[in-house]
Design a protein. Structure first.
Lengths: 102, 289
């Protein structure tokens, strides 16, 4: 099985998620599951970046770096991002493309 | 069942049936000022049954089992002397487990000038006592147990059942009230002594009149006076815990609750005694006007 670093991840379609900012945290209502999630940065930003299209963690990291003007090649970004993606996958908010790995 | 009564509280209607006469007679007296419901002509939202734990227990050491549309399997039978409490608990249980027309918050609420304060907190926080006291001091008591949040327009609907006063709060709240507004004192219940209070006539007459929430309070009795702003995220979490039907309502509940916490300012209010709490609420309200 491919690790989180080379797997392709996909977000649900934009209308699957209702997002309301509650100040420091966001409340997410996930329509397919009926579950409510409370998330803090960087989770909403990751979901937004992933909504542009399915991709792997490295490419997603580049999307986030471009959006938030992160220093290119921040050494700790990729492992942290892979960990967040694994958590989001466990919550059912992102899905791993079956059998596809780069 | 042998004895029965129809009751309307806020938007909900009940049929309470009992194997014994006494609890129904007490309900009939205490709910005399509420709109009449004829359970033989109108199908109520919920049925509550006070029935013997075993058939012979109607006579021998009478013991009440609370039944109805929704019930808890592990609920312990109660003494017949606590029949009124059993009926009230049965009605609360139906609301907590079965109501779907509003987001049900375990909260008290009071209204003045068309705007409501919602008070929520754990059992023992004093919200019920504080709401009852405000209800005798120029506020309309909308309810001491459940606030019903409208899923479409965000208003709070009243549920002004009998106020359940416990232990020390009994004397504090009932000192100046006529006996006609009070139920029998029930000693030795699972929560100590309990006495029911009929809300003021205004609270009953206007029990179908909602109000827009203006303030959310998390009161806490028995602490040095203090107040703290509660951020919307914390309010959201605490209110999901204070709702019995949030999950069942799905996206409608999410929409109603996120709207509530983003529009209504919230404060945690610690207070040493009832007078301090009333003064604090009045000061907050004056500051919001």
């Amino acid at each position: 099985m491919a690790g989180a670093s080379d797997a392709i991840f996909r977000a649900d379609p934009p209308d699957a998620l209702v997002r309301v900012s509650l100040g420091a945290i966001d409340a997410l209502y996930h329509r397919p599951s009926g579950a409510t999630h409370l998330v803090a940065a960087p989770v909403p930003q990751i979901l937004e970046a992933l909504a542009e299209g399915p991709t792997d963690a490295a490419s997603l990291g580049r999307r986030l770096a471009a959006r938030f003007e992160l220093a290119d090649g921040e050494a700790d970004l990729l492992p942290a991002l892979a960990a967040r993606l694994a958590e989001l996958e466990a919550l059912g908010l992102v899905r791993r493309e079956p059998g596809v790995a780069r | 069942m042998r004895h029965a009564i129809g009751l309307a509280v806020g938007p909900a209607t009940f049929r309470v049936g009992s194997a014994w006469r006494a609890p129904i007679d007490q309900l009939r007296r205490l709910y005399a000022g509420y709109p009449a419901v004829d359970p033989d002509r109108q199908v109520p939202d919920f049925t509550v049954r006070l029935q013997p734990a075993r058939p012979w227990r109607r006579f021998v050491r009478p013991s009440i089992f609370i039944g109805g549309d929704h019930w808890l399997a592990e609920a312990a039978p109660m003494a017949l002397a606590h029949g009124l409490l059993a009926a009230e608990m049965g009605m609360n249980l139906q609301m907590a487990l079965g109501w779907r027309r509003h987001l049900l918050l375990h909260a008290a609420s009071v209204e003045r000038d068309g705007r409501a304060i919602v008070l929520t907190g754990e059992s023992g926080s004093g919200k019920s006592t504080l709401a009852a006291q405000l209800g005798e001091r120029g506020w309309r008591l909308m309810g001491d147990e459940f606030a019903l949040l409208d899923l479409a327009n965000g208003m709070v609907h009243p549920f002004p059942r009998l106020v359940s006063l416990k232990n020390r709060s009994i004397d504090v709240v009932t000192a100046d009230l006529p006996p006609g507004r009070l139920g029998p004192r029930l000693d030795g219940t699972a929560k100590g002594s309990i006495r029911h209070l009929v809300p003021a006539p205004d609270a009953i007459a206007r029990m179908r009149e909602p109000a827009m929430p203006a303030l959310l309070l998390f009161p806490r009795f028995g602490f040095a006076a203090a107040r703290r702003i509660v951020e919307p995220g914390e309010a959201f979490v605490r209110l999901t815990e204070a709702s019995t039907n949030y999950v069942a309502l799905g996206e409608a509940g999410f929409g109603a609750l996120t709207r509530f916490v983003t529009r209504v300012p919230a404060l945690a209010l610690d207070y040493p005694d009832g007078d301090a709490a009333i003064a604090a609420v009045e000061a907050l309200w004056a500051g919001m006007a």
